[in-house]
Design a protein around this ligand. Sequence first.
Ligand code: GLU
Length: 212
Amino acid sequence: MCGIFGYFGYRNAIPILQEGLKRLIYRGYDSWGIGFKNNGKIEIIKDIGDFERINLENNKKSNIGISHTRWATTGKVSKENAHPHLDCENKIAIVHNGIIENFQELKKELMERGHKFKSETDSEIISHLIEEYMRKFDFPEAVRVAFLKLKGRNAIVAMSENFNGLVGVKKGSPLVVGIGEREYFIASDVRAFVRETRRVIYLDDNEMVVLK
Ligand code: GLU
């Protein structure tokens, strides 16, 4: 069982993303990662092991980001398999909780269409599916249609270079939105942001949220 956490607002997301993850570690994890936008480009910091020892408060600032504690189900524990996962062009990043039951057939189809994978996870197919659908749709719609392809119990939060916001969607795995003053939080568990706001929306299965 992993932890998902996302932030979009006016403050520097990086320490908030790290703090959110700290509040989710009770769920267990073997690796971790954060993704944020730096001058409009998506940057990822991820690794195996204990993230609390890492000082992420470097000179980078971002008002939007996603973070993840992974409990490996598909693919070994490795830096490459840690989330967030990107598409071919590093413009879309996702964090995922759950198991995609039909990932092998979806991955095969995506590879046949030329997608290059960097991990062994089931999760990475989501960013590549969104990449494909963005040729036809805007980002939230691409996330929606991509999510509908997944079988199993899943929750995701996604961000894109081309969209100023976060998109979350779930079925069978938890996802909770927190509404602050000029800022939003989204997580697997309300504990991740309980100190920040008490205004909370629990997403239902097959419900999607666009935070913008
Ligand atoms: N199935 C995904 C993986 O193995 C997500 C696992 C999780 O929920 O942490 O990376």
